[in-house]
Write a protein that binds this ligand. Structure first.
Ligand SMILES: [Zn+2]
Length: 478
């Protein structure tokens, strides 16, 4: 019966697929009724698709009864918006709906009149960004001969003004699993199908771009959620679109100099590692190298082995949601599609990098000038020049500038440069206007954190905190 349903779901348009209703019981003995469409099954678990596009994983043992329900009817964009608006409260959220997009701005507090105008402009820009991602992705799919279809569900992007609120939301969605929320700039959730971003990252829309590509892949019918797609392929595809900020004009065929430079310098991760397993790319430690190599592997196959690419993708698309694939099978799938061993593709890549060496070095260095550190946190973007001063007892001397990236309001900032010895320099910057830049005059890390050892530091970190300059206290969440 399950198998039969699954086959029907895959062979007719999902909109005509019937839904089911399930009586379930949780571990505390509480009973409830769920409805939705079966998306996938494994030994002990069912993935049930809800009408808003969210997936629910239910242990088979928790299902008491199952019966057929009327047609599965995906929610409209308007309905989606009103559900989300209720969750984030109408006073503290602003929305823009343009089928199939629902873009929400979750505020840290009330806005003044100017802030309202800016919020509107920002939402318009965000929707335009979603449309451009759509266009550039569909163009790529067409060029590659990949069948792509209209999205069945609303495509939701939530932008969080407050970092704390973004982190709480990330923990709620991921259940605290995966990368620590403090390190994540934005993410697409396979569970609730939503794109969630910090406003801090929307100065250029580069992070949202990567995540929006994941959303496209899973909503345009290119891949199904919870299918065993190798992470290198997924991430290689998404990183391939990065690099042009909010212009959204490039695609995976372009040489991405930042990743190319990083790929040329990798030491611990090999291509075979990536093809066999997702361990390196999903862990915190080797992820940097693994992403660079994933970009490289994807770039090579998409530009030089198009037939193999199409064959490989077709193979991946035959996998069922919640099924598993062994490392040996992953290698076999790869070699069968591309017709050559992994090593020979790796050699081809190294040769190509050498041929483009000058371009990579030049652009890579322009983007990351030596000795300059850039970071975005809490709606502040800091550009800093720092050096250890041996003549000053190993204290760090730092100077630079801070930009308030908030399009909505004036902010108060505190910037700290903290060394591993616990010494620090601090700048307090009240009332920095929206999108204004202010200098961070040269300072030594001559203050000491409580209980720190002090003395010479070898490394340092930058920490930015902020509060809205003028927010009526009653309007602040939490
Ligand atoms: Zn990604």
């Amino acid at each position: 019966m399950l198998l039969w349903l699954l086959i029907v779901c895959m062979t007719v348009s999902p909109a005509f697929c019937r839904a089911d209703e399930f009586d379930v019981i949780d571990s505390r003995g509480v009973k409830a009724t769920l409805s939705g469409r079966i998306h996938g099954t494994a030994d002990n678990v069912l993935a049930i698709m809800q009408e808003d596009g969210a997936l629910m994983l239910v242990p088979s043992a928790a299902i008491l009864k199952r019966r057929q329900k009327e047609e599965f009817q995906p929610v409209s964009c308007t309905e989606m918006k009103s559900r989300l608006e209720k969750k984030y409260t109408p006073e503290l959220s602003r929305w823009s709906v343009q089928d199939p997009y629902v873009v929400g701005l979750v505020l840290m507090g009330p806005l003044d009149k100017k802030g309202e105008t800016q919020a509107n402009l920002f939402l318009t820009k965000a929707v335009r960004f979603m449309q451009s991602v759509d266009e550039v992705f569909m163009r790529f799919a067409k060029d590659m001969g990949i069948a792509a279809q209209n999205s069945e569900f609303p495509l939701v992007m939530l932008i969080f003004e407050s970092d704390a609120e973004f982190e709480a939301h990330a923990n709620e969605v991921t259940g605290g699993r995966g990368l620590s929320a403090g390190n994540v700039s934005g993410f697409y959730s396979l569970i609730d199908n939503t794109l969630s971003i910090r406003m801090t990252e929307c100065d250029t829309f580069e992070v949202p771009l990567h995540e929006a590509i994941h959303q496209q892949v899973y909503n345009r019918g290119v891949m199904k959620r919870f299918t065993p797609i190798p992470a290198w392929f997924n991430e290689g595809l998404a990183t391939g679109f990065e690099g042009s900020g909010d212009k959204v004009s490039t695609g995976p065929n372009a040489l991405h100099t930042r990743y190319a430079l990083a790929a040329a310098r990798t030491q611990q991760v090999s291509w075979r590692n990536l093809i066999e397993s997702d361990e390196a790319i999903t862990g915190d430690i080797l992820a940097g190298e693994a992403y660079a190599l994933a970009w490289g592997l994807h770039w090579l196959v998409v530009t030089r082995h198009k037939d193999g690419y199409v064959k490989y993708l077709a193979k991946l698309r035959t996998r069922d949601p919640l099924s598993t694939v062994t490392p040996e099978q992953r290698v076999a799938d790869f070699q069968e599609a591309f017709g050559v061993p992994v090593q020979s593709l790796e050699q081809e890549f190294v040769k190509l990098l050498r041929a483009n060496e000058r371009k990579i070095m030049q652009q890579g260095e322009n983007r990351f000038p030596v000795g300059i550190l850039m970071t975005s946190q809490s709606l502040g973007y800091v550009k800093l020049q720092a050096a250890t001063r041996a003549d000053m007892g190993g204290l760090v001397h730092a100077k630079g500038e801070l930009r308030n990236v908030s399009p909505l309001r004036e902010m108060n900032f505190r910037v700290r440069v903290v060394t591993d010895a616990g010494t620090y320099a601090e700048w307090i910057l009240p009332n920095v206007g929206s999108r204004k830049t202010v200098p961070l005059p040269g300072k030594l890390t001559d203050q000491l954190l409580p209980n720190a050892r002090g003395g010479a530091g070898r490394t340092f970190t930058v920490k930015i905190d902020s509060t809205a300059a003028e927010v009526p206290a009653a309007g602040i969440r939490r």
